[in-house]
Design a protein around this ligand. Structure first.
Ligand code: PGA
Length: 254
């Protein structure tokens, strides 16, 4: 089954509205030729509107980095699905390891956020991944199994058609240590098998699984060439138009 490649930039807590606008203006002509992949940028909340405006009429799609599950109410500092939808975005990153590590995100809250995103017609990019000590302790598959079963609990096959997953080994994020293409593929294949077991092969084979963790233009081609790696979730290399564009183009080189 052919799955459309998706390359998403996770800007994290970087880029003011003016900086984000400038980045997208610079990126637009560089990726204008990309028709066979989804190119997404995920700025901080306060930068979203400027970026949506700058990306208008281009092939660049926009996403958020988090979402709250409640419709509205007394949740100081949080942002709802309807608020995000109204800004004109299409995607939302959910369960990034930094949210799990620093902000108490659990598989249960990931699950609630996915449901809220789907109800608002936003495409969740759901992040999973193991810590270094979990990999070294031989627990990678058990950790991912728990994250998948908990995070995707009660979702239907139709829901899964609207979701992308991002496998991000936590030890590879922002460290310059990338999983080798073979190591990443082995883990992606395990994730695929788990999805097939949970939702049936027809659904599981259709889910896009992005790789994240020190992906850059130099290693993008080899990673995305793997049968079960369908794109990337990019931090550092997404913060400059030329490095992000180079990565996107290399990822799409046969
Ligand atoms: P990195 O971040 O590319 O800087 O390693 C990836 C991510 O955290 O999504």
């Amino acid at each position: 089954m052919s799955r459309k490649v998706i390359i998403a930039g996770n800007w994290k807590m970087n880029k003011t509205a003016a900086e984000g606008k400038a980045l997208v203006e610079a990126l637009k002509p560089l990726v204008a030729d990309v028709t066979d992949a989804d190119v997404v940028v995920c700025p901080p909340f306060t930068t979203i509107s400027a970026v949506v405006e700058a990306a208008k009429g281009s092939n660049i799609k926009v996403g958020a980095q988090n979402i709250h599950w409640a419709e509205s109410g007394a949740f100081t500092g949080e942002i709802s699905a309807a608020m995000l939808k109204e800004t004109g975005i299409d995607y939302v990153i959910i369960g990034h390891s930094e949210r799990r590590q620093y902000f108490g995100e659990t598989d249960e809250t990931v699950n609630k956020r996915i449901k809220a995103a789907l109800a608002a017609d936003l495409i969740p990019i759901v992040c999973i991944g193991e810590l270094l000590e979990e990999r070294e302790g031989g627990k990678t598959e058990a950790v991912l199994d728990t994250q998948l079963k908990g995070g995707l609990a009660d979702l239907t096959g139709d829901d899964m058609k609207k979701i992308a997953l991002a496998y991000e080994p936590v030890w590879a994020i922002g460290t310059g240590k990338t999983a080798t293409p073979e190591m990443a593929e082995e883990t992606h294949a395990f994730i695929r098998k788990t999805l097939n077991d949970m939702f049936g092969k027809e659904i599981g084979e259709g889910v896009r699984i992005q790789y994240g963790g020190s992906m850059k233009s130099e290693n993008a081609q080899q990673l995305v060439a793997q049968p079960n790696i369908d794109g990337g979730l990019i931090g550092g290399a997404a913060l400059k138009a030329d490095s992000f564009s180079a990565l996107v183009h290399n990822a799409l080189t046969e």
